[in-house]
Design a protein around this ligand. Structure first.
Ligand SMILES: Cc1cc2nc3c(=O)[nH]c(=O)nc-3n(C[C@H](O)[C@H](O)[C@H](O)COP(=O)(O)OP(=O)(O)OC[C@H]3O[C@@H](n4cnc5c(N)ncnc54)[C@H](O)[C@@H]3O)c2cc1C
Length: 350
């Protein structure tokens, strides 16, 4: 449920009976690298965390094939396999992992109230948000089929697979320019298809891209299909002014049209930037609500990597553990509620 900033509409939650609700020390929302790492650290700190897997158990990496930049896997690893390893490691130390999506929250006082799948009430003394982000795709049938087989939303992750090949990037903002320039380190040619006649990217980024001999812009151009059976072999393009269509052989299609953080249910509770990324206090995972911590891509629009997500998941669990030891709830059944803090606590010292 969307909340206007600073106010809390708890009508839907109030309709549920929380008097007998399961009451946990820590609930972690989301099972990407951030959530599983938070779960690993929280279980090893004896917090017996409960973690919800959400709509995409294992997170974004379950949509890709080879991951070659996660430390500890010298031969690389398949994304879905890696996420199983994360899960096994957290569960080994006692993480209670469940299927279910958190559909509503009430962070107005402790214990915090959560609703799972619109029907199950859960109480939590602390919450770690690790709901990640979703890369935006064009929504073409063949594009979805070929994700991880030449279709990618992450040049940093997959660029090196296309050494000496021609690739095509879709987008016109700063990140599209950044990704295109990064790709010129590997690809022999980088086409940038942009649906308008000019870029949204900042002047400096545009100039750098225009100066790069390996980058060629295709203006007023949209991708209308992705070609290839097992692997991307090309794209079908349309010029939206002339309506002319043509096929261009390329080995990869990189989408650089943005990400959407999965933070809608926290609107009105947690401070966010204009794009919906949760704002954390510097050098910590603290949000504006004491006892609610955020990690991973849900609060990171800059790095967006598995290793950084895992790193901030670790931070969130350590922050939560320290904060809980300083702010215990007297009655674990939840009948004695601590007055809700309004001041923001200082981040714990490392
Ligand atoms: C195609 C692709 C390839 C990539 N390749 C690489 C790579 O090679 N190397 C690399 O380092 N990074 C790669 N990345 C980036 C990497 O996947 C992300 O940075 C990382 O997964 C972010 O982790 P996260 O834990 O923050 O969130 P995510 O992985 O996004 O996971 C979010 C989790 O939250 C859950 N969730 C969401 N909403 C709710 C809710 N309301 N209730 C309960 N659960 C919820 C979801 O089900 C999911 O489990 C790639 C990304 C993509 C899309």
């Amino acid at each position: 449920m969307a909340h206007s900033n600073g106010t809390s509409d708890t009508q839907a939650l109030d309709a549920l009976d929380f008097s007998d609700a399961e009451h946990r020390e820590v609930v972690i929302i989301g099972t990407g690298p951030a959530g599983w790492t938070a779960a690993l650290y929280a279980s090893r700190a004896n917090l017996e965390p409960l973690i919800y897997k959400g709509p995409e158990p294992g997170g974004q990496l379950t949509t890709t094939t080879d991951v070659e930049n996660y430390p500890g896997y010298p031969e690389g690893v398949m994304g879905p396999d890696m996420m199983q390893h994360f899960e096994q490691q957290a569960v080994r130390f006692g993480t209670d992992a469940r299927y279910g999506t958190v559909t509503d929250v009430d962070f107005s006082e402790r214990p915090f109230r959560l609703v799972v799948d619109e029907e199950t009430p859960i109480l939590a003394n602390a919450v770690i948000v690790s709901t990640g982000a979703s890369a935006r795709y064009l929504g073409l049938e063949n594009e979805q089929r070929l994700i991880g087989r030449g279709v990618s939303a992450c040049a940093t992750c997959d660029g090196a697979f296309f050494r000496d090949e021609e690739v095509l990037v879709v987008g016109g903002g700063d990140s599209a320019m950044e990704e295109s320039m990064f790709l010129t380190r590997f690809a022999s040619k980088v086409y940038v298809a942009h649906r308008r006649e000019e870029l949204r990217a900042s002047q400096i980024m545009q100039e750098r891209a225009f100066d790069n001999d390996k980058i060629e812009f295709l203006w007023n151009t949209e991708v209308i299909d992705v070609l290839g059976d097992e692997q991307v072999e090309g794209v079908k393009l349309i010029n939206n002014e002339t309506q002319a269509t043509w096929e261009k052989p390329v080995a990869a299609l990189f989408l650089a049209i943005g990400h959407t953080p999965n933070t809608e249910i926290f609107e009105g509770w947690l401070d966010m930037d204009d794009a919906g990324y949760i704002q954390t206090k510097p050098d910590s995972s603290y949000t504006n609500i004491p006892g609610v911590f955020a990690s991973g891509d849900a609060q990171d629009h800059v790095y967006r990597q598995a290793v950084t997500a895992a790193g901030t998941g670790c931070m969130a669990a350590i922050d939560a553990e320290r904060w809980l030891s300083e702010h215990p709830l007297e009655d674990e059944a939840g009948s004695t509620k601590e007055a809700s803090d309004t001041e923001k606590p200082a981040p714990a010292a490392a």
